[in-house]
Design a protein. Structure first.
Length: 253
């Protein structure tokens, strides 16, 4: 339906806010594809994600030509275009360091695979945990990170350790050649400029959730909320099936 992307069409610089919204669009497109929908209009997709249709069209313009006026977007093709833009088509191999409650939950989460992420290794420094089997993986000694990450071909490292161990683990991941790190620690980590670091602050997200709840309560006696414009998907009366409401990314900007 849309023209083939030109050279570098998906590699141009895309604003971070647009990247967050592209991820939200992708969630809705995955739901539509699961429901065997083949076409979605810009108004339907924008409404399902709580953004204006003009913003959606501007976001998608970073990917090159998309859709046909009066017809809409080919769900499968647009999904693939966004996956390419987000670098998901080549897949990512993930290692998780810190196999406490959070690390175990992440290891057992079944949604990574369908979105291009495969957990390939679990690590911990606690001798009582090393050798234990979690989610089908034998927990490895964190001391082996540099060698094991190379062996596993890991591309993303997740830090799920206590705060006092987080920087040490991040340093070890950097030493292993890791260029993408996600941290759940509540301390600021220092990494080299060439390493992408995303820090997850669950408490901050709950504060945002609290604000949105208070705002919506205040609007209950007046005009209904129009939906968020921060890249999150919300139900706003569209006929397009959407995932459960996600009021903002869990990744702090």
């Amino acid at each position: 339906m849309d023209a083939a992307p030109g050279p570098g069409a998906e590699s141009r610089d895309i604003p971070q806010a647009t990247v967050a919204r592209l991820a939200a669009y992708l969630r809705v497109l995955e739901t539509l594809a699961d429901g065997e929908a083949s076409i979605v209009s810009s108004e339907e997709l924008a409404s399902a994600c709580g953004v204006g249709s003009a913003k959606l069209r501007k976001d998608l313009s970073f990917l090159g030509p998309n859709g046909v006026r009066g017809v809409g977007y080919d769900v499968h093709r647009l999904r693939k275009r966004i996956e390419r833009a987000l670098g998901l088509e080549r897949g990512h191999r993930v290692v998780i360091v810190g196999i406490g409650n959070l690390g175990r939950a992440l290891a057992r989460y079944g949604g990574f695979g369908r979105r291009g992420f495969s957990v390939v290794g679990l690590f911990d420094s606690d001798p009582a945990l090393v050798g234990e089997t979690v989610a089908g993986f034998e927990v490895r000694d964190a001391a082996s990170l540099p060698v094991s990450c190379a062996e596993l071909g890991a591309t993303i490292g997740v830090v799920a350790t206590p705060d006092d161990a987080a920087q040490r683990v991040a340093d070890s991941l950097v030493d292993s050649g890791m260029r993408c790190i996600m941290s759940f620690a509540q301390v600021a980590l220092v990494v080299p400029p060439h390493v992408e670091l995303r820090e997850v602050d669950l408490a901050a997200e709950m504060q945002v959730l609290s604000f949105n709840s208070a705002r919506n309560t205040q609007q209950a006696d007046g005009a209904p909320a129009a939906g968020h414009v921060d890249g999150s998907c919300v139900r706003v009366g569209s006929a397009v099936p959407t995932p459960a409401p996600r009021n903002g990314s869990v990744i702090a900007p």
